[in-house]
Write a protein that binds this ligand. Structure first.
Ligand code: XIL
Length: 378
């Protein structure tokens, strides 16, 4: 992706100003070392006391409102209280991925996942499982296995992980990011699971369904939200699975927004509607709206963030089978986009992509979510 130079200049100045202001105020919260200095934000905040909890507004619109966390974040009482107040769906940001949960063949680390599942249950939150079969964050020992050994490993993995939380995890992202980037519309050729042939996806869904027949099973991917070759390929894939009787119940649009190239609200809504017409649920699974490449003052950036998010949430509110919206993190300090590698994919930061600032105060984007939940477009 390209980095427009005038924006780099702006962002550099903005970063310096924001960092200096925050240092003076002493208000930056450093979270796990990610993106130090980029978690606080200038611009106007919203008065927290006057806001309805997001989960309450979501419930009135029949939408779950979710967030993704690492279990250690919940040992901070303030984060714990904020998550419990605002969200009624929980996703594990990393701790149920293969490399974390089965780092050695047949040796499973369920502790972090257990803590998240317990927290969700204690706070009346739905749990989403993320993710079973993915080429990335995959344990090293799985890479390069021959087809028979890989099939056996995938079978044991899905049976063990889904079985562990049978009846406790409502939705699983069974297969993540299987499609190639770009215009080919094909499956990702570099996935270690490719040696199983294109129906490895069908197999994964069948295994997950057998392990927990009540769990709702999703195909999850990025850049499939609007009109694009990859968006068409995702639709064709889900349609084929559904028509073949594979136990797929929904599609996850990750919705990692790139404001430099983002589908219109109408495109997103039409796309949601066509999956609903197949009888599938739709979830927005990993929403974040980075503002680094949006031009203007910090207030203008945050207003644009609010509008983009209002449109996204509005597309879900407009379609009954859209069941929830998950934001990929709680505060700007938590975001994976604070990592230089990932952040650079969205242009120059700071990105401030989430609902709450580094001090856990609600930003204008929260008003955008509430507006869409409370004032459906039709
Ligand atoms: C990200 C996490 O947020 C980071 O902490 C980690 O370093 C990399 O993965 N698509 C997905 C998520 O499905 O699992 C990814 O999460 C973001 C992109």
């Amino acid at each position: 992706m390209t980095l427009p130079s005038f924006r780099i200049q702006f962002a550099t100045v903005a970063a310096v100003v924001v960092a200096a202001a925050a240092a003076v105020a002493g208000c930056i919260i450093h979270d796990g070392g990610a993106g130090a200095g980029s978690s606080s934000v200038g611009g106007n905040l919203l008065p927290a006391s006057s806001l309805k909890p997001l989960r309450q507004a979501g419930a009135a619109a029949h939408k779950r409102i979710g967030t993704a966390v690492m279990s250690a974040r919940l040992s901070n009482p303030k984060v714990k209280a904020l998550v419990a107040r605002e969200f009624d769906s929980l996703s594990p940001e990393n701790e149920m991925k293969w490399e974390a949960i089965e780092p050695q063949p047949g040796h499973f680390n369920f502790d972090a996942g257990d803590r998240l599942v317990a927290f969700a249950a204690e706070n009346g939150m739905r749990m989403r499982g993320h993710t079973l079969v993915w080429h990335s964050q995959l344990a090293f020992w799985v890479k390069g296995l021959k087809a028979d050994a890989l099939r056996a490993a995938m079978t044991r993995h899905i049976q063990s992980v889904v079985g562990r939380w049978k009846g406790k995890i409502a939705q699983w992202d069974v297969v993540n990011e299987a499609l190639a980037d770009g215009p080919t519309g094909e499956l990702r050729p570099d996935s270690p699971f490719a040696v199983l042939g294109p129906t490895f996806i069908d197999e994964a869904f069948r295994l997950a369904h057998a392990a927990d027949p009540d769990a709702q099973l999703f195909y999850n991917d990025y850049e499939i939200e609007g009109d694009s070759p990859k968006g068409e390929a995702a639709y064709r894939l889900c349609k084929r699975l559904k028509e073949a009787g594979v136990p797929i119940h929904g599609v996850g649009f990750q919705m990692h927004v790139d404001p430099r190239s983002w589908p219109s609200a109408d495109q997103i809504r039409r796309n949601v509607e066509r999956y609903a017409a197949l009888g599938l649920l739709i979830e927005f699974t990993e929403v974040d709206v980075p503002v680094g490449s949006i031009s203007g003052s910090i207030d203008e950036k945050l207003q644009r963030q609010r509008e983009i998010t209002r449109d996204i949430v509005g597309a879900c509110v407009a379609v009954e089978k859209c069941s929830g919206i998950t934001f990929w993190g709680v505060t700007d300090g938590d975001s994976w986009l604070n990592d230089a590698h990932w952040g650079a994919l969205r242009g120059r930061g700071p990105h401030y992509p989430l609902l709450f600032n580094g001090d856990m105060q609600p930003k204008p984007i929260v008003a955008g979510v509430l507006e869409a939940l409370e004032k459906p477009s039709k």
